[in-house]
Design a binder for this molecule. Structure first.
Ligand code: GSH
Length: 121
């Protein structure tokens, strides 16, 4: 069964699309237009109750949040994982979580406040 990637052209979904392209796994894009509010439709909320893209359905597996999806795909394919040693895993997890909890959210807030909710001058 083909993987379905619930996608909007923005940074977090792009991480997953890049991974899938790099490993050459076939997948089908399901567009979720977040500018039209499609992330709040019941059919999508059943896949990601957090109402954000990306999300991925792979047969019986449903996974949302870009970092969870990257780890899921890395484990499924055996790609982009370091040697299975505590030191190598620690380094990989540290950089992955830095992007997930530091760079990603703060970049998102920067775009939001700069373009969508700017301070009144
Ligand atoms: N922690 C989530 C963040 C996902 C996220 O913020 N997605 C954005 C697109 S980059 C989105 O769906 N925004 C629509 C909204 O917040 O309503 C992840 O890493 O997947």
């Amino acid at each position: 069964m083909t993987i379905k990637l619930y996608y909007h052209p923005s940074p977090n979904p792009a991480k997953v699309a890049l991974f899938l392209e790099e490993v050459g796994l076939p997948y089908e894009v399901v567009v979720v237009d977040t500018r039209k509010g499609e992330q709040h439709l019941p059919a999508f909320l059943a896949i990601n109750p957090n109402a954000k893209t990306p999300a991925l359905v792979d047969g019986e597996a449903t996974v949302f949040d870009s970092t969870a999806i990257l780890l899921y795909l890395a484990e499924k394919t055996g790609r982009f994982l370091p040697l299975d040693t505590p030191a190598a895993r620690a380094e990989m997890l540290s950089w992955l979580m830095l992007v997930a909890t530091g760079i990603g959210p703060y970049s998102g807030q920067c775009v939001h406040f700069k373009y969508f909710s700017p301070e009144p001058k």
